[in-house]
Design a protein around this ligand. Structure first.
Ligand code: GAL
Length: 679
């Protein structure tokens, strides 16, 4: 679903922040520096509807006219993230509330709730008027719905949300008996005898709720955000040209982004701030996993939409007037981060923002230009980036050359959002697998698994990691079984299969529904305190580190024990098992996929350094590879300020410089190299 035919560069622009007299020269300077698209309008409600029902588009008419004249493309945002003061004053029920049930004041942004019928009506009327007015404007290429759904808060606790939550539950359970049974409300006398006893989870005496209620509440928030987005998308589709795409910019939690992208959007866009809000005392010059971690987020985005856009790409230092500090990108970093996005599948890079705002909350969230508006180093870097993008246009549309996938599903993402035991192992394994794959230069994908995912999607990968499928459901377990039968290798970790879809724990040995696949049961389990000695196991001489959580496994006949614990109270117990299944195999690791363990496992599975025949790359450099036709494209990204040396074992074409490299070659600090070779 690529909405972009070729690589292009854009910028976020707020005509309402500047005197009209400089619009024209701003647009001219953008075009001179390789920027051909502006995103506008996403917070401009009070300009377009100053009083209820009185729409006045003259301001943006004048701006869009200039865009048409100069050949600038426009993405227009629907401003539902910032309802104006007249609206919240007249209809206070549109405001969100805090956990104590106190309505938020007007101000800031995202102060609304998704559920209020009045708000939905006001937004619909606005979007209809906007789409009718601009739906055929020649400058407009696309529409952004709202801004960053679920950013800043994903707690929706207004009265309107409680009413909508009850409806959501009625649709899901039909009867209170069903709901009480599913949630286990007999615990602590929580049984409901009338639907209107159910509330969204606000503050209670112990600051804790029934976890099954919370799980359904998170699903409800996700559904509400999607339906709010869908409501706007439907209106836009009725009025705007078919070739204008519809997107929204993410990516935030408590939201099934995959479903939203598939059912509602034409293309997904992401806001990438790799140097986001570093604390001032972080030594980010030495640790290559700071801004490099954004590649994990970009991998997730690629799984939502393989060819996506970046609606906001960091171009300056970060900071609001009161919080979040991060330094100015050093020479080269602006392009490095933009190329990081391209390497992972972005076709469109729109920098945030053209010029730093001299007014309002974000006076330290720097754009390309400073307040003084003079040409500067960052603008020169944007121009260079745009020129370099032209040189690699051939890559646009190439697919990721992933060597394995990490499986996720939203039941488990949502459960990890509320369950600390789950979050701890989830976060550790997510980071561990990512870091190991990074230093061993193994591109990987994230695979969102659902009952309807075709088996072919799974079969694209020889290996699937399913780190902690805490909630196991039969349709997903059957998918994994079919995958293994057909030759795939599945690796599951600890804490698998001990909850059902309601988040309650069936009375059966772990890994529950997956026990048949793994040919194991869990006999003992516990957290490992960091204060305890390091717990390790031996895998053919490779040392597996059991971090954070341990399980001792019992292997059924036919299941092989590959590694046993070599120390601690678990000494001699099975840590890693393998069961052959059909043409494939299922491995069960009784711990997390920590960085150390993942390094060993990737080597054990022969996945490490797949590009070794052509290249040797130091661990500090990220390698991302994409394939199109008979060509492979390799991005090398150096996140350090010092130069690093790579070894080209065969002559390789370097697309940005146009040279052929061979032997030892330097990649400059914060530098990028893009190589083309035969696939
Ligand atoms: C993004 C948001 C922008 C701007 C930026 C800097 O999350 O979409 O509107 O606020 O952060 O704070």
């Amino acid at each position: 679903m690529s909405a972009f035919q070729q690589y292009s560069v854009g910028v976020c622009y707020y005509p309402e922040h500047w005197p009209e007299s400089i619009w024209e020269s701003d647009l001219r300077r953008m075009l001179e520096n390789g920027i051909h698209t502006v995103r506008v309008g996403e917070f401009a409600w009070s300009i377009l509807e100053r009083e209820e029902g009185k729409f006045d588009f003259s301001f943006f008419d004048r701006f869009l006219e200039l865009c048409s004249e100069s050949g600038m493309h426009v993405i227009f945002g629907t401003p539902s993230a910032t309802p104006p003061a007249w609206l919240t004053k007249e209809y206070p029920e549109v405001l969100n509330s805090n956990a104590d049930g106190v309505r938020f004041q007007h101000g800031g942004r995202r102060h609304y709730n998704y559920s209020s019928p009045v708000y939905r009506q006001k937004v619909s009327l606005f979007v209809k008027a906007l789409a009718e007015h601009y739906g055929h404007h020649s400058a407009i290429i696309g529409w952004q719905i709202d801004n960053e759904l679920n950013c800043e808060t994903s707690d929706f606790l207004s009265d309107a949300d409680t009413i909508a939550f009850r409806e959501f539950l009625k649709n899901k359970y039909e009867t209170l008996d069903e709901l009480n049974q599913a949630w286990g409300t007999v615990f602590w006398s929580q049984t409901y005898t009338s639907w209107d006893q159910i509330e969204v989870p606000k503050t209670n005496a112990i600051h804790a709720h029934n976890p099954s209620l919370l799980l359904d509440y998170i699903r409800f928030v996700s559904d509400s955000a999607i339906s709010f987005c869908e409501m706007q998308a439907k209106i836009l589709r009725m009025y705007v040209d078919k070739n204008q795409f519809i997107t929204t910019n993410g990516m935030f939690g408590r939201l099934d982004n995959h479903r939203m992208a598939r059912e509602v959007l034409d293309v997904y866009t992401y806001d990438s701030y790799p140097n986001f809000a570093f604390s001032v005392d972080t030594d980010w010059t030495k640790d290559t996993m700071h801004d490099r971690m954004s590649s994990l987020a970009l991998t997730k985005v690629r799984s939502i939409c393989p060819h996506f856009g970046i609606m906001e790409q960091q171009s300056g230092a970060n900071g609001w007037y009161n919080r979040m500090e991060a330094p100015m990108p050093r020479p080269g970093q602006l392009e490095l981060w933009a190329m990081q996005s391209v390497a992972h599948g972005a076709d469109f890079i729109s920098f945030f923002r053209w010029r730093t705002s001299p007014i309002g909350t974000e006076i330290y969230w720097h754009g390309i230009l400073d307040y003084d508006s003079r040409d500067n180093r960052r603008l020169r870097e944007v121009k260079t980036f745009a020129e370099h993008l032209e040189k690699i246009q051939a890559i646009q549309g190439a697919e990721s050359d992933a060597k394995f996938a990490v499986v996720q599903d939203y039941d488990n993402l949502f459960d990890a959002d509320l369950d600390k035991w789950h979050a701890r192992v989830h976060d550790l394994s997510e980071r561990g697998l990512f870091e190991a794959a990074q230093v061993l230069h193994v591109p990987f994908d994230i695979l969102d698994l659902r009952p309807e995912t075709p088996l072919e999607e799974l079969m694209k990968y020889p290996v699937l990691f399913v780190p902690h499928m805490v909630i196991a459901t039969k349709p997903l377990v059957d998918k994994l079984a079919a995958y293994a039968e057909h030759g795939g290798k599945v690796l599951i970790g600890c804490r698998t299969g001990y909850k059902n879809e309601h988040g309650t724990c069936p009375m059966q040995p772990m890994p529950g529904l997956l026990s048949e696949l793994t040919g194991t049961t869990v006999e003992e389990y516990s957290f490992v305190s960091p204060a305890e000695n390091e717990i390790v196991g031996d895998l053919d001489g490779l040392s597996l580190h059991a971090e954070c959580f341990v399980e001792s496994l019992k292997a059924y006949p036919g299941t092989d024990v590959l590694a046993a614990y070599t120390n601690s109270y678990l000494r001699g117990d099975a840590l890693l098992t393998k069961r052959n299944m059909g043409n494939g195999a299922v491995y069960h690791l009784g711990s997390t996929f920590s960085r150390e363990t993942s390094l060993q496992l990737l080597s054990y599975l022969n996945l490490a350094e797949p590009y070794d025949p052509w290249l040797q790359v130091p661990p500090e450099i990220e390698l991302m590879s994409r394939i199109k036709g008979d060509k492979r494209y390799i991005f090398l990204l150096n996140y350090l300020q010092e130069t690093k040396t790579i070894l080209a074992k065969v002559p390789l074409y370097s697309m940005i410089t146009g040279e052929t490299i061979y032997g030892e070659v330097e990649v400059a600090g914060y530098g990028v190299m893009v190589l083309q070779l035969d696939a």
